[in-house]
Design a protein around this ligand. Structure first.
Ligand code: 87F
Length: 516
């Protein structure tokens, strides 16, 4: 097992209760709930603890592999339902290709597989018998799929061919694994499309990128930058790569959120994917490929989580509202429990994902902490006073704001509050991200911003050698700086602006930083 902060499962919970908050301390002592690490003090440990205590992940006995628990899978399924419906509107069809790749086929892509080869996992045995021919496990499916694209595409009537698959892939990473962010097996969708013209391919690249932006911004409430990857950072097998880039303020690292590539005709050449046009002339197809993975969920945890645990955006939360009875000694316990059930019924009939926690062997305080740890956006408490006043108490997870709402107005108010939570999570994340963006002009400003963990926007000459040089000059324990992307949304670049690194004329504003 590699060493690494995020790799070791959280050990027994250390006590670090805050003396200022005696009540919280009490809950923790009684129940063992609460996190032992603080987000701003020990981010790596905090992250591993939060994904386990929030019941998203369980560690597994193979390094870099994690169990995705239902709390995780329901987020994945929500994003999947959205994306799947959107790509179907674009006439993209789902399919499934095998997990295994024969070595001959894998080699056909040898030019750019070269760099990736150490990460490919192989099956070498069945039972005790060594296999004559070793079989690779897909790290991505270009080589698996494209021989069949060559077979299926004959004439212009076979185009466009637009396929997607939802699957797992395996990449045997050696740098330290982190749940969701860098794991040896992960879930993703991979889209592979072929067109008669470059124009059609170009258009689709951006349509897909827009869906990725919406997954991050509208579902996960995370601001991203859309842009183009540099020549050094693009997928080497393709023509150009576009991406959505997020930022983790705590570590000062950028993170590639998803990629949409135009492959040009490189793979068509390699795999002989040809077609005959209307005039009977031979042509080669133009291809795209695009993917987003379970990494999205890790970014969500890192951006929104706090010292009480996960903070789930309402749109993706498996449970949006948790209803908790708060019975007192002499109170009408049955009346309170019935009111809880009634609240659940009303809200679920109105379309909310809502549950009650009527367990009698846990105190209300324990339940509060438990559901806060899991990040449920809204908590409804019902006690004797609420029962008497025909109201419920509503508590927001994101800012702890409490408000009493009349039962008669429950559905409308819950709807409004959930929508406010979704918006304010995005706004808060955007404000925090924007504070980390630093526009620089010179090398000295760049270096200062880098050590201040910023996401750096700098005028650049767009030369590969210069990016390599920046990497070399910034190499250190924390990793080198590289380009994140050249944003499509370009600030004005005054004539005569020089590259921050080379002093040559700048061509573009580009985002730089350390990254995952
Ligand atoms: C690891 C091992 C072998 C990334 C790898 O981004 C091959 C590869 O080709 C590899 N890691 N890549 C690039 C994947 C490119 C592309 N594939 C389809 C995507 C989107 C989905």
């Amino acid at each position: 097992m590699e060493k690494g902060v995020a790799e070791s499962a959280p050990s027994s919970k250390k006590s670090n209760a805050n003396s200022k908050n005696a009540k919280k301390k009490e809950v923790k002592k009684e129940t063992g709930l609460g996190l032992s690490n603080k987000k701003d003090e020990n981010f790596g440990e905090w992250y591993s603890e939060v994904v386990v205590s929030g019941e998203m992940i369980e560690y597994y006995d193979i390094s870099g592999c994690y169990i995705l628990r239902p709390w995780t899978m329901s987020i994945w399924e929500t994003m999947q339902a959205f994306f799947d419906a959107e790509i179907k509107k674009m006439k993209i069809k789902n399919c499934y290709f095998p997990l295994f790749v024969s070595p001959g086929v894998l080699q056909r892509e040898k030019d750019h597989i070269e760099g990736f080869a150490p990460e490919v996992a192989w099956v070498t045995k069945s039972g005790d018998t060594d296999l004559d021919v070793h079989i690779a496990i897909r790290p991505t499916s270009e080589t698996v799929m494209y021989p069949y694209y060559s077979k299926w595409i004959r004439g212009h009537r076979d185009l466009p061919l637009k396929l997607n698959q939802w699957c797992n892939v395996v990449r045997w990473e050696f740098s330290h694994p982190t749940p969701f962010i860098r794991s040896r097996e992960f879930l993703w969708q991979e889209g592979h499309t072929a067109f008669a013209t470059k124009e059609e391919a170009d258009e689709e690249v951006l349509q897909i990128l827009e869906l990725y932006r919406r997954i991050y911004e509208e579902f996960l409430a995370i601001p991203v930058v859309k842009g183009k990857k540099s020549e050094l950072e693009k997928f080497a097998g393709g023509l150009y790569t576009t991406s959505v880039e997020a930022f983790i303020p705590n570590t000062g690292r950028g993170i590639q959120g998803a990629t949409s590539h135009c492959l040009g005709q490189n793979f068509a050449k390699m795999f002989e994917i040809n077609f005959e046009n209307e005039k009977g002339e031979k042509g080669m197809v133009w291809q795209n490929s695009w993917a987003y993975s379970t990494r999205t969920i890790g970014v969500m945890v890192m951006v929104h989580g706090d010292d009480k645990g996960l903070v789930m955006p309402p749109k993706v939360s498996s449970i949006q509202v948790i209803v908790i009875p708060v019975p007192f000694k002499d109170a009408d316990t049955k009346g309170i429990f019935d009111a809880c059930s009634e609240t659940v019924k009303t809200l679920s009939e109105a379309g909310f994902r809502v549950e009650d926690d009527l367990r009698e062997n846990y105190s209300p305080g324990w339940k509060y902490s438990h559901w806060e740890m899991k990040g449920v956006p809204l908590r409804i408490e019902i006690g004797p006073k609420d029962l008497a006043n025909k109201q419920v108490r509503v508590v927001r997870r994101d800012n702890s704001a409490k408000v009493d709402i009349p039962v008669s107005n429950l559905v409308e108010q819950v709807k409004e509050i959930l929508s406010k939570i979704q918006d304010s999570l995005f706004e808060a994340a955007k404000e925090k991200r924007d504070k980390c963006i630093e526009k620089v002009k010179t090398w000295d400003e760049f270096m200062t911003a880098l050590s201040d963990k910023k996401m750096i926007l700098a005028p650049w000459c767009d030369e590969e050698e210069v990016e390599k040089d920046v990497k070399a000059r910034t190499k250190g324990e924390a990793g080198a700086a590289k380009t994140l992307c050249t944003p499509f949304d370009q600030p004005e670049l005054p004539e005569g602006t020089l590259c921050f690194a080379s002093g040559k004329p700048a061509k573009k504003w580009t985002y730089w930083g350390r990254s995952y």
